[in-house]
Design a protein around this ligand. Structure first.
Ligand SMILES: Nc1ncnc2c1ncn2[C@@H]1O[C@H](COP(=O)(O)OP(=O)(O)OP(=O)(O)O)[C@@H](O)[C@H]1O
Ligand SMILES: Nc1ncnc2c1ncn2[C@@H]1O[C@H](COP(=O)(O)OP(=O)(O)OP(=O)(O)O)[C@@H](O)[C@H]1O
Ligand SMILES: [Mg+2]
Ligand SMILES: [Mg+2]
Lengths: 220, 220
């Protein structure tokens, strides 16, 4: 479902160039449940952002479902990102002026789902991640781990073929983390969802089928 | 150094009352290195915010260095918070328009430290947490674990008698987390700093002298 060839990323800050990724070659089959490990600053978030079509690589190529992303228009890329990819951000990135419920429901609006179906799916995923009782709260009125689970619910609600998760269990106690990992595995089993998960949490990586390691922007 | 008696906190959201803390009794001696554990939503951040004088309890009393906080003026409380307490926030809370260097140096301005001394102390702590090379970056141009370490450096720089840390290792790989925990222990040994650390990270809590457990806002 996802392939990269000689992928590189250089951040430019004025004169300074920061090589965040170097020559990354990946080939992920649909249904993979993969952990991406590596020290702080090694390039995990950068790689996930590029795989999730949120950022563009500097060099090399990216293939999504066998189409070369470089050949697509910005409009087509946005369409793929909305329909096919769920993203759990390291900083959660919840919309501060929308309630938990509205934050999680939002991706379904982009899909023209009926009102009744939208309501059922939103309540269902909120219950599954354990934050249903906070549906009306604004994001700044809940705990860190609750925010994390709202971000997870929002990424999962459309059951997209690819889910990219950046440190999804960082703020969760072990019981809650286990429930979330179970939920991810259930989705993978039921919908053949592919998961790419940046994590330094052993509770998470030991439940992945494969571990990819990054160091200083390069694959080990 | 810190004591609470029958401490309670109720968040009010219109009609709804959320009892986040119930009847908390604590007595921490100077130099303690304490972990605060508990499930997501159990009240850890709420308790830390009250102990760090960032929020007020609804019921009960809080004593800092034996003075009852309820007897102090808002001005006095702000003074104590600035001089005596370093806080590492669960969401980092870095100032987005200031560089990493400026974010970390900032607490020293409130202390009338000389320019030269401020520079030495800032560079020293940035090196100790391993983010010195990012000194000129804005906070949104570094990795999650690097942001976490900037937040840590900012709390530690004044070597305050009390440091309150909310999930300080959540975004750190094991090697980096170990270095940070070593640094905290060095400070505790050298300056008799008291640490209260909310965490669900076993790598952190197993290196604390004492573990306090919260469940549904109450001590277990
Ligand atoms: N500003 C607020 N207004 C209303 N309720 C709040 C507010 N902040 C937190 N809460 C609620 O109070 C309870 C305790 O929250 P707190 O942030 O202290 O939990 P926590 O133990 O730090 O959780 P986590 O491990 O997920 O960070 C939670 O149920 C949360 O939803
Ligand atoms: N927008 C940016 N501009 C410049 N440099 C950046 C930017 N974002 C990240 N970097 C740098 O690129 C490198 C890789 O960052 P990235 O966020 O991908 O690391 P990471 O592996 O996710 O780290 P962590 O485990 O701490 O989250 C880091 O050295 C970081 O400072
Ligand atoms: Mg990251
Ligand atoms: Mg918290």
């Amino acid at each position: 479902i996802l392939q990269t060839k000689n992928l590189g990323k250089i951040y430019e800050m004025g004169e300074i160039k920061i090589p965040a990724l170097k020559d990354i070659n990946l080939d992920l089959k649909a249904g993979s449940f993969v952990a991406l490990e590596g020290p702080s600053g090694s390039g995990k978030s950068t790689l996930l952002n590029i795989c999730g079509l949120l950022d563009k690589q500097t060099t090399g190529e990216l293939f999504f479902n066998d189409s070369n992303i470089t050949d697509l228009t910005a409009k087509q890329i946005t369409q793929i990102r909305r329909d096919k990819i769920g993203f759990i951000f390291q900083g959660f990135n919840l919309v501060p002026v929308m309630s938990v419920y509205d934050n999680v429901e939002y991706p379904l609006f982009l899909n023209n789902v009926s009102n009744k179906k939208r309501r059922l799916q939103t309540i269902d995923i909120l219950k599954k991640v354990g934050v249903a009782e906070y549906a009306k709260h604004l994001p700044d009125k809940i705990s860190g781990g609750q925010k994390q689970r709202v971000a997870i619910a929002r990424a999962l609600i459309k059951k997209p073929p690819l889910i990219i998760a950046d440190e999804p269990t960082a703020n969760l106690d072990t019981k809650t983390a286990t429930d979330i990992i179970d939920l991810m595995h259930q989705m993978a089993a039921e919908y053949k969802t592919t998961f790419i998960i940046a994590t330094h949490d052993k509770r998470m990586s030991q439940r992945c089928d494969k571990i990819i390691k990054l160091e200083d922007g390069a694959l080990k």
